[in-house]
Ligand binder design. Structure first.
Ligand SMILES: Cc1cc2nc3c(=O)[nH]c(=O)nc-3n(C[C@H](O)[C@H](O)[C@H](O)COP(=O)(O)O)c2cc1C
Length: 381
């Protein structure tokens, strides 16, 4: 099996099979099926919201590459008149720097340094992107999920319903048939903002935003909340999870904020913190369905998130590395990334699942090892 994996890794460097999850099932008896926001996925690897999901061409390329899902760039909510209480997040900035960052524990990893924030073009342009995403989703080619930054009030203020209502209704109309899937972004720059200085204020947002979104939606909606890494201790980070119980899924957890440089960052500090907090969460029963994010650059890291309850993962930085970092010599970055994440004979997802089985932590069922069993064990004990 391991020799076959090494041979596949070499062979697929020239291109992945069209239906690689089917190949994995047949060749290795490994079922990569995964889940995000109630949707069945052929495998767990998706693209997080950001600069890599800004237009329909990027979505087409990712569908062709075989990604399981893509979260569209975060749009800033507005009311009918175009007013945006979170307008400070609709900032235009194009320059991104992919660089190494050493973690507190002394490990070098990749991070993307960027001063931008949310969607900076017109709301109409965003709706066109949502339309394209809805079509790809219904065609079964790629699950595409819109992402929104809605108004977040201070403790003594009400939520601006008009922004919730107008934005959600427009998204639902652009999306078309079927339940509307939405990610609500609580970003690292929000974590670094004065708005997020008070714990009680953050907890109120998490408790009340799901009801706000549901009340604003003209039809059925499934909501994921992408939680920020707040600038408080692990206990508070942990407390954010039960406070978010009104959401249908949680994305855990967005990048860290470097107050000195005024930028968000990732790398090993991010995965160390996320996995540490998720470890403590594992000791408690039944958290929401989780989707992992943060410094995922190998199949082994996907397994690490899955064992802590994540039934899918979303990456950004790993799709932006210098081409020399991928073993595949051709294809889009998404294809090269998938090749490495799934088939690397030591660090890949298939290798990681076989390792779990060898160690007695994952049992075959119906003739196969199931990726989802890792996350489900977290919920059922
Ligand atoms: C340049 C850049 C822009 C991003 N923009 C958004 C965004 O608009 N909304 C959002 O929810 N997350 C955004 N993210 C966060 C990513 O989706 C992802 O969750 C995070 O970077 C952690 O994953 P990674 O370590 O694989 O990059 C952005 C990340 C980067 C690097």
């Amino acid at each position: 099996m391991r020799a076959r994996l090494a041979a596949d890794f070499e062979r697929f460097a020239r291109g992945l099979p069209r239906d690689f999850p089917a190949h994995v099932r047949e060749a290795y008896g490994v079922d990569l099926s995964a889940r995000y926001l109630g949707a069945a996925l052929p495998h767990p690897i998706g693209k997080g919201s950001g600069q890599l999901s800004l237009n329909a061409q990027q979505l087409e390329a990712d569908a062709a590459a075989g990604l399981a899902f893509v979260v569209l760039k975060t749009v800033i909510a507005q009311d009918e008149a175009g007013a945006q209480s979170m307008a400070a997040w609709a900032l235009h900035e194009t320059k991104m720097t992919v660089e190494q960052r050493r973690s507190i524990a002394g490990r070098d990893g990749w991070t993307v340094t960027w001063k931008g924030r949310g969607w900076d073009r017109s709301f109409e342009d965003y709706l066109a992107l949502v339309r394209a995403g809805g079509d790809l989703t219904r065609a079964g080619r790629l699950l595409a999920v819109p992402s929104v930054k809605y108004h977040l009030p201070r403790l003594d203020e009400p939520f601006r319903d008009a922004e919730y209502r107008f934005t959600t209704a427009q998204l639902a109309r652009a999306w078309g048939e079927g339940p509307l899937l939405i990610e609500k972004d609580f970003s690292p720059t929000l974590a670094g903002d004065r708005l997020a200085e008070e714990r009680e204020q953050i907890l109120r947002w998490l408790r009340e935003v799901p009801a706000q979104v549901r009340a604003a939606a003209p039809g059925p909606v499934r909501l994921a909340m992408k939680l920020m890494n707040a600038r408080f201790d692990d206990d508070f980070q942990l407390a954010m999870v039960p406070a978010s119980s009104g959401a249908d899924a949680l994305v855990v957890f967005n990048r860290l904020f470097d107050a000195e440089r005024g930028v968000a960052y990732g790398g090993w500090d991010l995965s160390d913190r996320n996995l540490r907090v998720l470890d403590r969460l594992s000791e408690r029963p039944a958290a929401r369905p989780l989707c992992g994010t943060g410094n995922i650059g190998s199949g082994k890291m996907i397994v690490a998130y899955a064992k802590r309850g994540c039934s899918a993962v979303q990456l950004h930085t790993f799709f932006q590395l210098p081409l020399s970092e991928y073993a595949a010599a051709s294809g889009s970055r998404s294809e090269r990334a998938l090749h490495q994440l799934v088939f690397h004979p030591v660090d890949g997802l298939v290798a990681g699942l076989l390792d779990e089985a060898d160690a007695g932590r994952l049992a075959r069922r119906e003739g196969a090892l199931h990726f989802l069993d890792l996350a489900d064990a977290h919920y059922h004990g």
